[in-house]
Every structure is written in structure tokens, then in C-alpha cells.
Design a binder for this molecule. Structure first.
Ligand SMILES: *Cc1c(COP(=O)(O)O)cnc(C)c1O
Length: 430
């Protein structure tokens, strides 16, 4: 496909990055199941290793199937480049890696995926990094948390699991003032519902495991760069602005301009951390992206119907879906994710912990799994599973208290899903 900035989302999700295979004419993107690529000659090999010519060397770094997916996600997000990797959690480490060093910190929202809270509060300490968790609705508190060692601000556009909508623009302003990038985890919104770069985000990360693949088959992650951040504006990002000893003194920003972060992610991130996406996974995710907008529309339609039904039900205490008029985030949906508040929300069941456990056991169409963004409807009791490692206060702050279940509404018939919830709520609360 030629560059067509005027193509719509539905066209780009099928065609961006892809073209018929030059060797065979294959219309679908082949799975290039190969580890290495033959160099034309020794000069070609040297040029590739010097990053003077872009091409394929070894599949830990780049692979043609993965490259199509990278270009597709970058296009859908409105970024200049992207790096795919082995999982959403890998993407988060890969996004922070060029920015951080021992003693440096990030500021993150209190409302994040449970696994991310654990990664940021515990595991990154081993690298000498740290994280300050702040309520992102309190912009002044985010500003106050910035210090000389802060290197990034991190939040989720639609926060898993609470259905909280982040005012991306107001936090982007804080990041701009601090001279650090804003990283948005856009997993639960997808670029169909929210385009964080248009709201001022520098980097967008994804767990492609979820809606982008959409069928619960493969784990993957992606980091998209807006290309808009000036890595040389201050001395905070020496790995991008100064000679990088890990790449024979190359200055990434000077050499690659807006593509500095993407090249760094491949040439150093994937080369040395090795969190590579395999071509088979890229294939499944490419299949998923082709129907992204169609699925997201149905996810939103079903989630809205089901949230409205639950909200009126006397066995339910409250529903957090931001698409409900009763939600404090209802107005924010219109600016941050105008095509809808996604397919994910939580609701509180009368009877607390025990009722929640009975509910997940009694459901027949909904599967009890630790995943989201599948065409299948999924449910999880976060307090006893994904958010189990968190303290009771952290659970409540993340919207995952003991009386709360999270649903990821699928694309099945909404009436069937409502009937399933109805029978299970009866068993759970009688
Ligand atoms: C699942 C998820 C992650 C982690 O992604 P993995 O692919 O499971 O590593 C990160 N952020 C959000 C919002 C998620 O839903």
C-alpha cells in the first residue's frame, strides 16, 4: 500500500504495513519462519550492522512478519515507528529501558493493571529504578511528585480494571513541563477508541495479547513512538542523546531523528534484552488487527447494554463502566475515547467476597480467566487472583476490592450474556 494519510482506520487496520509478498505474490503476509537472513555480500552485512542500511540480520532483532505488525500498529496509533516484543510486560520494560538508570524514577497512576503495579512497585527496584504512585485525577499531586530524577510518567488511557478514564492531556502537560515523556498503556482502549499521541503522549505501549489479537491465542507487546519528543532538549536521556557505548558510540537522536527511540529499541533493547516477538505470534496478531474496529464497536455496544442492565439490578451494588451516565468519567469519554468506553468494567456484588466466588463459578458463557480483550466474555474476581499480591488498600485504589468482579465483555449476543449473568447472580446471592 502506498502512503495514504487520508485512508480511514478500517482500511489501515487491514492494509497498513502489508503488501503482496514480492517473491511469491502471496496476498496474505507470510509467516517468515526463519532465524537469519543471507547477506548479499560482506559490504551489505557491514552496512546492516552499522545501521547505515535497514534490513534483516537475525530474528531476535527484526523479522519481516513482525515488521508488518510494527508498521501497522504504529500507523493505527499515529506514531512514526514501533517495536514489537514478547508480551505487554516486556513492552513496559522496553519502553523504560532507554530512559532509565540506577536512581531514576517514574511516576505512575494508582489505577493500573495489577501486574503492572507489581512490576513497578517491586521488580524494577532490582534495576535501581523506582516508581511513585499518584492519583492522576490530582494533577497538582502529579506535578509535585516530579523531581530531578524523574524520567517518565506512566498511565493507562482506560484503566484496567476499574473503567477509569485518564485525562491524558492534563498529564501530558505535566510531562511537557517536566521535560520527560508521557507513556500511555493503551491496551484496554486500543487505537480505535483512543489515540493517546493526539492527546500529547510520547510513547504508547500495548499488550497485543488483548484486543489487538482479540482471540486469546498469543502473548505480545508493542511500543509505539510518536517521534515528537526532543531527547536532546536536556541531559536526562544520555542513551538517546549522547554517544551510546553499547553501540560503538552512536548518537541515536542525532543519527535517526524522530526514529531514535525505535532504532534504540531494536539495536539495543531487543539485541540485549532479547524480549522478541516471534513471527507466528505476529501472524495471529495481524489477523486480529484486520477486524479491530468491528470487534471494538461490538464490545462497546454489548458492554453498554450489559452495564445498563446490571446497574438496574438489585443484586448489584454498583457498576463502574465509564459509558454509563452515572459514571464520574462519563464526560471524559467524549474527549479521550469518543467511540466508546471499551468493553471492560467492574461491578460490585451484594454479599461481597463469597458472592463473587459463587458468581464466577455459576456462569456458563463467561469464562473465569486472567485475560481480557477476547471475543469471548471473560470474568475474574481480581481480589482473589490478579490483584492478590496487592494490599487491601492497593486493591481498593485499583478498583479491585473484595466485593468486585471484573468483566471483559465479548462479542457474543448481548441477550445471551445478560441471561447468563441473571442466572448466576441468582445463585450467587440467594
Ligand atoms: C495484560 C496487560 C498488561 C500485560 O500484558 P502481558 O501481555 O500479559 O504481559 C499490561 N497492561 C494492561 C492494561 C494489560 O491488560
Amino acid at each position: 500500500m502506498t502512503d495514504g494519510p487520508t485512508y480511514g482506520f478500517d482500511t489501515l487496520q487491514i492494509h497498513a504495513g502489508a503488501k503482496p509478498d514480492p517473491a511469491t505474490g502471496a496476498r496474505q503476509t507470510p509467516i517468515y519462519q526463519t532465524t537469519a537472513y543471507v547477506f548479499r555480500d560482506a559490504d551489505h552485512a557491514a552496512a546492516l550492522f552499522n545501521l547505515q542500511e535497514v534490513g534483516f540480520i537475525y530474528s531476535r532483532l527484526t523479522n519481516p512478519t513482525v515488521a508488518v505488525l510494527q508498521e501497522r500498529i504504529a500507523t493505527l496509533e499515529g506514531g512514526v515507528g514501533a517495536v514489537c516484543c514478547s508480551s505487554g510486560h516486556a513492552a513496559q520494560i522496553m519502553a523504560l529501558f532507554p530512559l532509565m538508570g540506577p536512581g531514576k524514577n517514574i511516576i505512575a497512576s494508582t489505577r493500573l493493571y495489577g501486574g503492572t503495579v507489581t512490576q513497578f512497585s517491586q521488580t524494577i527496584k532490582r534495576f535501581g529504578w523506582s516508581c511513585k504512585f499518584v492519583d492522576f485525577d490530582d494533577v497538582e499531586a502529579v506535578k509535585a511528585a516530579v523531581d530531578d530524577d524523574t524520567r517518565a510518567i506512566f498511565g493507562e488511557a482506560i484503566a484496567n480494571p476499574g473503567g477509569y478514564i485518564m485525562d491524558v492531556r492534563s498529564i501530558a502537560d505535566v510531562a511537557d513541563e517536566a521535560g520527560v515523556p508521557l507513556i500511555i498503556d493503551n491496551t484496554t482502549a486500543t487505537p480505535y477508541l483512543c489515540r493517546p499521541i493526539e492527546h500529547g503522549a510520547t510513547l504508547v505501549v500495548h499488550s497485543t495479547t488483548k484486543y489487538l489479537t482479540g482471540n486469546g491465542t498469543v502473548t505480545g507487546g508493542c511500543i509505539v513512538d510518536s517521534g515528537k519528543f526532543d531527547w536532546s532538549a536536556n541531559d536526562k536521556f544520555p542513551s538517546l542523546s549522547q554517544p551510546e557505548p553499547a553501540y560503538h558510540g552512536l548518537k541515536f537522536h542525532e543519527t535517526f531523528g524522530p526514529l531514535a527511540f525505535t532504532f534504540h529499541g531494536i539495536a539495543i533493547g531487543l539485541r540485549d534484552l532479547g524480549m522478541t516477538m516471534n513471527p507466528q505470534a505476529a501472524h495471529y496478531t495481524l489477523m486480529g488487527t484486520e477486524t479491530l474496529s468491528l470487534r471494538m464497536e461490538r464490545h462497546v455496544e454489548n458492554a453498554t447494554k450489559i452495564a445498563q442492565w446490571l446497574e438496574k439490578d438489585s443484586r448489584v451494588d454498583y457498576v463502574t463502566y465509564a459509558g454509563l451516565e452515572s459514571s464520574p468519567y462519563f464526560e471524559r469519554v467524549k474527549t479521550v475515547c469518543p467511540k466508546g468506553a471499551g468493553g471492560l468494567f467492574t461491578f460490585a456484588v451484594k454479599g461481597g467476597y463469597d458472592s463473587c466466588v459463587k458468581l464466577v463459578n455459576a456462569l456458563e458463557i463467561f469464562s473465569h480467566v486472567a485475560n481480557l480483550g477476547d471475543t469471548r466474555s471473560l470474568i475474574i474476581h481480581s481480589a482473589s487472583t490478579t490483584h492478590r499480591q496487592l494490599s487491601a488498600e492497593q486493591q481498593v485504589a485499583a478498583g479491585a476490592g473484595a466485593n468486585v468482579v471484573r468483566v471483559s465483555i465479548g462479542t457474543e449476543d448481548a441477550n445471551d450474556l445478560i441471561a447468563d449473568l441473571d442466572q448466576a447472580l441468582t445463585k450467587a446471592t440467594s
